[in-house]
Ligand binder design. Structure first.
Ligand code: TLP
Length: 349
């Protein structure tokens, strides 16, 4: 029985082409900036994101943390959505290591923060207040079901933030899913942000790595923080080589993941006991609820027995993420197995 792993697109393995590139990678000591493959990847990423420079980091979490450290100082306040990955899933690193307060504002279903809420959240000048110095957005939005931020919206938020003296960091872990969904180049989604992080190890299938992009001066300072966090990786060309293949060959195929996500969602709506938690499926994330009369524990056990892995967090809808290692026939097979599990649970309910 084939295990169909829908927990995350992070489970994707490197392609044979990536493994070959890794094997053959020209390397050097990247702390001395002598790794030609890392240098090439950074130049390439900066170009795609329309920024002057980029920094190869170990993970999306590290990129976001370095961005916070670089844009702020200890004791500052940063504005993040109350559904932001930075707020939920990065172990509080911004607070623990950056010494910043995360001021959350509500996130709508489309991953957006309201401009008035942002405006109100920015502190004025008062001896009692911390200084608000950074605002973070996320595109696509993980907890909002892969929602895509439109470039006009991002630009508006950036204008507001800049007018009030804040920097903007964009968590673009899945920014290429947004570019494929909208049919616009990645730089257009990040052109007014001061920094943007993209991930190689999600839908793009590279084994590891993220790039933090911004101005030359920003990346220069960010490089020092990466070193401080232990992210000076020496002969990192071995992994950067896979990242180059990812950027060159894996972006366009994300459309297939999006169509598989829609196929999955459509199938799930036909299963008694399941309701979608989203009005539409913009990219590769599908979230759904189980009817309250069906047991979550038994549902998960049932899926496990039939070789289906999906994401589950307390009090959250289930999450299924499509990716390169799940084909459209795997989706059909997953639906058949999920339907069988639900049928069994309904009989018992
Ligand atoms: N998200 C992971 C888990 O941490 C939840 C996933 O499976 O989706 N920003 C966003 C929007 C992300 O979704 C993630 C990973 C990150 C940052 C962090 O990237 P990594 O895992 O490389 O540290």
């Amino acid at each position: 029985m084939k295990v169909i792993d829908l927990r995350s697109d992070t489970v994707t393995h490197p392609t044979p082409e990536m493994r070959k590139a890794m094997f053959e990678a020209e390397v050097g000591d990247d702390v001395y900036r002598e790794d030609p493959t890392v240098n090439r990847l950074e130049t390439m990423a900066a170009g795609m994101m329309g920024k002057e420079a980029a920094l190869f980091t170990t993970s999306g979490t590290q990129s976001n943390l370095i961005a916070v450290l670089t844009h702020t100082k200890h004791g500052d306040e940063i504005i993040v959505g109350d559904e932001a990955h930075i707020f939920w899933y990065e172990v509080g690193g911004a607070a623990a290591l950056g010494g910043v307060i995360m001021h959350t504002v509500p996130t709508d279903n489309c991953g957006r923060l309201n401009l008035d809420d942002i405006d109100r959240a920015i502190r004025g000048k008062d001896i009692h207040y911390p200084e608000t110095t950074l605002l973070c957005l996320e595109n696509t939005h993980n907890r909002c079901g892969g929602a895509v931020l439109m470039p006009d919206y991002t630009d508006e938020v950036c204008n507001l933030a800049h007018t009030r003296g804040l920097k903007v960091h964009l968590d673009g872990a899945r920014i290429f899913n947004a570019t494929i969904a909208l049919g616009v180049p990645a730089w257009a989604l990040a052109q007014n942000s001061d920094s943007v992080a993209l991930c190689l190890s999600k839908g793009l299938s590279a084994p590891v790595g993220s790039l933090l992009c911004g101005s030359k001066d920003f990346v220069e300072r960010a490089r020092k923080f990466r070193k401080m966090l232990g992210g000076g990786m020496r002969q990192a060309g071995v992994i950067a080589a896979a990242g180059i293949v990812a950027l060159e060959t894996m972006v366009d195929r994300l459309a297939e993941d999006h169509s598989n996500a829609r196929r999955l969602a459509q199938g799930l709506t036909g299963i008694e006991g399941i309701t979608l938690a989203q009005d539409d499926i913009p990219t590769n994330i599908v979230m759904f609820h189980l009817s309250p009369e069906l047991s979550v524990v038994e549902f998960v056990e049932g899926l496990d027995r039939t070789g289906i892995k999906i994401g589950l967090r307390d009090g959250r809808p289930f999450r299924a993420v499509t990716h390169r290692m799940v084909s459209s026939s795997d989706i059909d097979e997953a639906l058949t197995r999920i339907e069988a599990v639900c049928r069994r649970l309904r009989r018992r309910a």
